[in-house]
Design a protein around this ligand. Structure first.
Ligand code: AP5
Ligand code: MG
Length: 217
């Protein structure tokens, strides 16, 4: 059995937060293109140097570059039982590339997490992340609960950049709702609720769709 998930939704919708719960629930790898790119920036690799300024402005890096990164990542054997993609695809050409990449595998199940722009701006204004490992801070502490690193605002969470990320989402990523919307494996959940309630909804929706389209469980 193979579960191939795509998490769709605006910045701050909770894609990363949900993916961290869901990867444990289904035991499939969480593949966050944003996290992979931030690691490359932090490590100063050629990829990181190429994308740093674009990420800091809230723009998208090229379809070609990110698709190369994802193609390589999906070829890893740890995705044989599925994967949880967070932040890819983000454009129609990326979605078309992904359809090609998963040809012959279990169908993609697409989860759109819906959140208003006002709530996105509110959430990201106060988000803190670990400067060492990039994990979102939880609660009131001043250090990362995962690794003990110091907490800082994320580099692309300044309000002007958040507004640009929202515009980029509207213009380039929202068309994916249309692209995927008619598939039987497409579902939407309301992201404006307690994280555990959102997780429960996603699990129910995904397992219902998986049971109709694959030999699940
Ligand atoms: P990426 O890292 O993917 O950023 P994003 O899509 O803007 O989303 P975020 O990570 O900000 O939000 P999230 O939905 O994961 O929410 P989270 O769970 O953290 O991409 C960053 C950049 O990389 C892009 O701008 C682009 O430059 C580049 N990039 C990446 N992929 C690319 C691609 N495919 N093509 C081209 N470029 C690409 O939650 C947010 C906050 O809300 C946290 O503080 C969290 O604690 C809180 N929260 C979460 N859930 C709840 C809840 N239910 N209730 C209350 N608070 C909540
Ligand atoms: Mg994220």
């Amino acid at each position: 059995m193979e579960l191939n998930l795509v998490m769709l939704g605006p910045p701050g919708a909770g894609k990363g937060t949900q993916a961290r719960q869901l990867r444990r629930h289904w035991n499939i790898p969480h593949i966050s293109t944003g996290a992979m790119l931030r690691e490359a920036v932090q490590a100063g690799t050629p990829l990181g140097r190429e994308v740093a300024a674009i990420m800091e402005s809230g723009g998208l890096i090229s379809d070609e570059v990110i698709t190369r990164v994802v193609t390589e990542r999906l070829s890893n054997g740890d995705t044989n039982n599925g994967f949880l993609l967070d932040g890819y695809p983000r454009t129609i050409p990326q979605a078309e590339a992904l359809d090609g990449l998963v040809a012959g595998r279990a169908p993609l199940i697409i989860v759109e997490i819906v959140l208003s722009e006002a709530e996105v701006v509110r959430r990201l204004a106060s988000r803190m992340v670990c400067a060492e490992c990039g994990t979102n801070a939880v609660g009131e502490g001043t250090t990362c609960y995962d690794c003990g690193g110091p907490l800082v605002p994320r580099a692309d969470d300044r309000e002007q950049v958040v507004l640009n990320r929202l515009k980029v989402y509207r213009d380039q990523t929202e068309p994916l709702v249309q692209y995927y919307g008619s598939r039987l494996t497409y579902c939407r959940v309301d992201g404006a609720r307690l994280p555990d309630d959102v997780t429960a909804d996603i699990i129910r929706e995904v397992e219902e769709r998986a049971s109709k389209t694959t030999a699940w469980p």
